[in-house]
Write a protein that binds this ligand. Structure first.
Ligand code: TYD
Length: 200
């Protein structure tokens, strides 16, 4: 069976993951790949519950929050990611289990235990970890999106999250400096995914 290509985008809020994912999807399609764009939290029942938490994080414990992200991912893998990969498609996911290890790790859960709890989830061919100083990412969120930061995005918390992301060293991770123009970041991304695309 021809397994597809699996790329996850990771990083703190405000680094431009969604924009870059969309641009990479366009590029891969232009190269003839069938692309599935997806994201976590998902739009399923667990993902919807998580989105309610954005506004009122105190309404559940860190453990309950962790459990929701894991349940959401189980469903995401079973219903979207695994079937798409099995049929040879390219899957681009906006966030994956490194977000859980970093965000729920910053909330007090043990990152190693979080990784173990995600052992059911397929390992991506590449994780594009978009890096940026949290002070800059928070400014971006507040200025360019015209939003105030939600509970997941508070600066002190994001600094802890960024520190955890900085410590991850799995082979599949490629770090991309996201504090540059959209075009520069995308050019870098296309360069690093090139070896995964074969010669066609
Ligand atoms: P985000 O990518 O910002 O979604 P959207 O653009 O739709 O708002 O993700 C929402 C928040 O969820 C983000 O602050 C990070 C957090 N998150 C976790 O805490 N753990 C996880 O496992 C995932 C996938 C996301």
């Amino acid at each position: 069976m021809n397994r597809g290509l699996f790329i996850a985008f990771e990083g703190i809020d405000g680094t431009g993951k969604s924009t870059q994912l969309q641009l990479l999807a366009d590029y891969l399609r232009s190269r003839g790949l069938e692309v599935v764009e997806t994201r976590e939290p998902t739009d399923g029942p667990y993902g919807r519950r998580i989105r309610e938490l954005y506004v009122d994080r105190g309404s559940c414990t860190p453990e309950e929050e962790l459990d929701l992200f894991i349940q959401d991912r189980k469903q995401h893998v079973a219903e979207v990611i695994a079937p798409a990969l099995a049929s040879g498609k390219a899957v681009l996911s906006d966030r994956y289990y490194y977000s859980t290890a970093a965000y729920q790790g910053a909330a007090g859960c043990d990152p190693d235990r979080i990784f173990s709890a995600n052992s059911f989830a397929p390992v991506p061919d590449m994780v594009l970890l978009l890096t940026m100083d949290p002070e800059v990412s928070v400014q971006r969120i507040e200025q360019s999106r015209g939003e105030t930061c939600n509970d997941f995005e508070q600066l002190e918390q994001l600094k802890k999250v960024a520190d955890l992301f900085a410590g991850f060293s799995d082979n599949c991770i490629t770090r991309i400096d996201a504090a540059r123009t959209v075009d520069q970041v995308q050019a870098d991304i296309r360069r690093v995914v090139q070896p995964l695309l074969g010669s066609g």
